[in-house]
Design a binder for this molecule. Structure first.
Ligand code: ATP
Ligand code: MG
Length: 448
């Protein structure tokens, strides 16, 4: 039988109870697996530990928990005890003002959603949600980055996901970096939000402190509590250079900020959305960071997202057009609001795409997308745009203005594929049709 209570709620309760000490990674494994009904010997085998060692970790754990909860807790009564304890804490306790009601929501002070978008109409993305869920449960994972083309649905996905798992955390704090906050201000903001809810008010934020000491305080909170930090628009602090992706001028300290959160041991999680794939972050902690390259939405959700399920536009035509937009939800929504582009039922879709390239919002979106690309990636896009048919990788490499290292070239191709800007079919590359039409138009304008 599956346990109706999520283990993270158990972990959260234990963390709060044993604070200021906290569980080691092995102790957490033992608790999680006892919760899942595993024996010590099975755990030892699965995690490659000596069975005696696991037993000792277990014995110590029951001692710690018995002292903390003032109750005799052992391996056999741990699950029922915790289940009962959590069920009790879910009941509204007005005196404590900790209204963990049946809707499982914590008081709003513990949630800071700032300008997070409404996700009421969010649909689909089941596969991606499951993947994010499994990463968020991974004890080693401190940071998840959802990266992808402009308008592909990154903000919607991370926000919906964060809302879905919010009750597994003591705090959820959502921030957008699009106003290029300095890392010191951002850390200060985090500390202020957490400080407001502390029994003893934290003095952070009230005095001028340097980034290192603010980060040390933040990390301490991330260790003591389970905090979900959601950072949208990470690309705002990044810049695409010929040599790779760097931090914007004067925001280089974000390296320090991100490295501290990614590479330190704690029990919290940071989820970011970024138009630019911040590859170098992986070097901060290979196991601690997971990157999801987000592509367009599922075909089955197109009609609903575009609100075109009730119109007379033919389904096959809509699907065909969506394919030319690589199912980018933002492009689809703009297109849906310009349905007058379809003059008649037999309209050539090629022609429709050409007309879409004149729509201001689409031009702006495609330009923003081009801004996210390196020089080499742009050159590849331009070659694919002027070609009438798909190009084999070797020919594409031969076309380039300057000889490029194979590694660099292959990386650029892979990156464009991940952004769903180019498609590989039978070793031949072709460009997203709407980008192709747009770049062609741009080239003609440049030539005139
Ligand atoms: N799964 C979804 N269900 C419903 N609507 C969606 C979904 N995904 C995206 N959208 C809609 O598509 C539009 C673009 O989504 P969103 O803002 O999340 O993209 P983004 O990748 O964050 O864009 P940007 O690169 O500009 O930050 C929004 O209007 C959003 O509501
Ligand atoms: Mg966004």
């Amino acid at each position: 039988m599956t346990n109706p209570i999520d283990f993270n709620s158990v972990l959260s309760l234990i963390d709060r109870t044993i604070s200021p000490t906290y569980l080691s990674a092995t102790q957490e494994i033992v608790l999680r697996e006892v919760w899942n009904g595993k024996t010590y010997s099975k755990m030892a085998c699965d995690y490659n530990y000596d069975p005696e060692y696991i037993k000792t970790v277990g014995c110590n754990l029951w001692q710690i928990l018995s002292n903390a909860f003032n109750e005799q807790i052992n391996k056999s009564n741990f699950v029922p005890y915790m289940r009962q304890k959590i069920s009790c804490s879910i009941v509204v306790n007005k005196k404590d003002e900790l209204q963990i009601s049946s809707s499982k929501s914590l008081p709003s002070d513990f949630y800071h959603w700032a300008t997070a978008p409404n996700t009421e109409h969010f649909i689909g993305r089941d596969k991606q949600m499951k993947l994010l869920e499994s990463w968020s449960q991974d004890l080693n994972c401190n940071c998840i980055v959802v990266s992808g083309m402009v308008g592909c649905g990154k903000t919607s996905l991370i926000t919906k996901f964060a809302k879905d798992i919010q009750n597994q955390f003591d705090y959820v704090i959502w921030f957008s970096l699009n106003n290029s906050l300095s890392p010191t201000t951002l850390t200060n903001n985090f500390l202020k939000i957490i400080g407001q809810n502390q029994d003893q008010k934290s003095n952070s934020g009230s005095t001028q402190q340097d980034l290192s000491s603010l980060l040390a305080q933040l990390i301490n909170h991330l260790k003591q509590k389970r905090i979900l930090l959601v950072l949208d628009d990470l690309e705002s602090i990044l810049e695409v250079h010929q040599v790779g992706i760097c931090y914007q001028r004067n925001l280089e300290d974000y390296g320090h900020f991100l490295r501290s959160i990614i590479a330190t041991n704690h029990q919290s999680l940071m989820i970011c959305a970024s138009r630019v794939r911040p590859k170098s972050l992986e070097y901060y902690g290979m196991n601690q960071i997971k990157i999801l390259d987000l592509q367009g939405i599922e075909e089955s959700t197109i009609e609903q997202i575009t609100n075109l399920d009730n119109t007379k536009i033919e389904k096959t035509k809509l699907l065909d057009l969506s394919t030319r937009l690589h199912c980018n939800p933002q492009l689809l929504k703009i297109t849906a609001s310009h349905l007058n582009i379809f003059h008649d039922d037999n309209e050539d879709l090629e022609q429709v795409v050409q007309e879409l390239c004149l729509v201001e919002e689409i031009v702006s979106l495609l330009e923003q997308e081009l801004d996210c690309l390196s020089k080499l990636e742009k050159e590849i896009i331009f070659w694919l745009a002027i070609s009438c048919k798909p190009i084999p990788q070797k020919d594409l490499a031969n076309n380039l203005k300057h000889a490029q290292s194979k590694i660099k070239f292959n990386k650029s191709i892979a990156s464009l594929e991940k952004r769903s800007l180019i498609v590989k079919d039978n070793s031949q590359h072709s460009l997203m049709p709407i980008m192709k039409s747009y770049v062609r138009r741009k080239l003609v304008q440049l030539a005139l």
